[in-house]
Design a protein around this ligand. Structure first.
Ligand code: ADP
Length: 479
């Protein structure tokens, strides 16, 4: 069974952790991008301010500094002036270091005096600024030498910014180091707050979803449980139905067997009576015996169809294919139908086509059931004219065709009459002559034999039922 609650707990936990992490991560990326942009423009403004004030006065010192030795430069009175000036300007600002480079990469000035004289010509940031593009970098420093003191654990934002002369051309490069530790701290605090906020919101959400899921899980479990129970109940009902059906089949088999024996006796004695074995009989008595014989015929048909139906339904019908002579088969069933046809004044004719093999493989008992049903119906639903039986062969098939000149079957009923207990609307509905089982048995038996039954019928002119079956010839016959 699907464990919704457990599945929900695991997946939502993973999803929530992922959401909190991603939110924090994206905030950090965006916030730091903002911080860099803001700090950079601040450094650019600062540089602009410096150059506005300092450059007119110090430009010539910077451009000539290349000619001086490092210690001359470090101890130059202008260097001290510049230092004092910058220190005064930066008072109260977060700038922790300033450097000035000439166009050859020489560090002409640094607030960290010992760096004066270093060359930066191989520095990418310096080169970028010299070509006119500001270059910045945010770094974390364990220790950093700021004005007159060393500071520790700082986030330092440094920018190389070009210095433009009055003519608009680049005359030097400024490097400004800004201590952005408080800003970074604030961002990190905000990031922490966002993550905590998201976690709180998701926890509340999780709690509500958990309640919903727990309820859904309960319902699913209950339904599963109910389903299991009804499937138990169903199995029991099926077993009971099977037992009942087996009982029905057994009962029908016994009843029909036990009824057939006395019915055959009644039939035999009545036939003998009709033939005058027990003395002459009057025309009225003959009429009565004919009626008795017809009724017994109906009863026998009724009983064998009931038995056939029960056997088909219980799946007990097993075909036994044995060599069988179609001609003998016809000779055997012919008298049973002929007697009924003649009694109704119908002409009756049976024929086996010349190309039908002498022996075929078939189940005699069930073939008889099929033929008798079709011929019995033909006689039953024909008031005048004829009933014919033709056994035919068509290539690797054989079968029989029962043709009558009876009432015919309306087109709309021609499919339905093959269902059990269905009768056509051709005036015989509810008549005592049948219960609508015969054709359903014919159809199922022909299907079981891998064959088919078809019908052609015109109301008022008659019907033709054709049963077509695969032709199997016993091996001995084939030689
Ligand atoms: P039953 O004959 O017991 O009614 P069947 O299943 O044999 O049951 O036939 C179903 C119905 O099909 C019959 O009731 C009848 O309406 C119609 N039917 C079958 N055969 C013929 C036929 N040869 N001529 C006319 N109607 C027929």
């Amino acid at each position: 069974m699907f464990r919704l609650q457990r599945y929900f707990t695991i997946t939502s936990l993973i999803a929530f952790i992922l959401i909190a992490f991603l939110l924090g991560y994206f905030f950090r990326i965006l916030a730091f991008a903002d911080l860099i942009a803001a700090s950079e423009s601040k450094n650019v403004v600062l540089t602009q301010t410096f150059s506005n004030f300092l450059w007119p006065e110090f430009a010539s010192f910077v451009s000539e500094a290349g000619a001086l030795e490092t210690d001359e430069l470090q101890n130059h009175p202008r260097t001290q002036e510049l230092y004092d000036y910058i220190q005064a300007q930066l008072n109260g600002l977060s700038v922790v270091k300033v450097k000035v480079y000439d166009l050859n990469g020489l560090t002409v000035f640094s607030t960290e005096i010992r760096q004066i004289g270093e060359n930066k010509l191989d520095n990418a940031g310096y080169l970028s600024a010299r070509s006119g593009v500001v270059a910045s970098e945010l770094t974390f420093r364990d220790t950093f030498s700021a004005f007159e003191q060393t500071i520790e654990d700082r986030n330092v934002f440094s920018s190389y910014v070009p210095i433009y002369g009055p003519g608009g051309e680049i005359e030097g490069v400024f490097e400004v180091y800004d201590d952005v530790t408080p800003l970074v701290k604030r961002l990190e605090q905000t990031q922490r707050n966002i993550i905590i906020g998201v976690v709180v919101i998701l926890t509340v959400l999780y709690f509500f979803l958990f309640l919903i899921v727990r309820r859904a899980d309960g319902i699913i479990r209950q339904q599963y449980h109910d389903l299991q129970e009804s499937a138990a109940a169903l199995r029991q009902a099926r077993d009971e139905a099977m037992t009942a059906s087996q009982f029905k089949t057994r009962l029908l088999a016994n009843v029909s067997h036990d009824m057939r024996t006395p019915l055959n006796a009644i039939m035999g004695y009545t036939e003998m009576m009709a033939e005058g074995v027990y003395g002459d009989i009057t025309p009225r008595q003959r009429k009565a015996t004919t009626e008795i014989l017809r009724s017994i015929g109906v009863l026998i048909e009724f009983i064998s169809n009931l038995l056939g139906r029960a056997q088909l339904e219980s799946g007990k019908v097993k075909l036994e294919l044995k060599p069988l002579s179609p001609r003998e088969f016809v000779e055997e069933i012919q008298p049973q139908v002929e007697v009924l046809a003649v009694a109704k004044g119908l002409s009756f004719h049976c024929e086996v086509a010349g190309d039908v093999p002498d022996k075929i493989l078939g189940d005699r008992y069930w073939l008889r059931q099929i033929a008798l049903n079709l011929m019995g119906n033909a006689v039953k639903f024909t008031e005048e004219g004829s009933v014919q039986l033709l056994v035919f062969r068509e290539e690797d098939q054989w079968g029989f065709r029962v043709k009558d000149t009876g009432s015919g079957i309306p087109a709309e009923d021609q499919e339905r009459i093959f269902d059990a207990f269905e009768q056509a609307g051709n005036g015989h509905v509810g008549s005592a002559s049948g219960i609508g089982l015969g054709l359903s048995i014919v159809k199922e038996l022909t299907t079981l034999m891998n064959g088919r039954v078809t019908i052609e019928s015109v109301v008022g002119q008659g019907s033709t039922f054709t049963v077509t079956l695969p032709l199997h010839v016993p091996e001995a016959e084939m030689v």
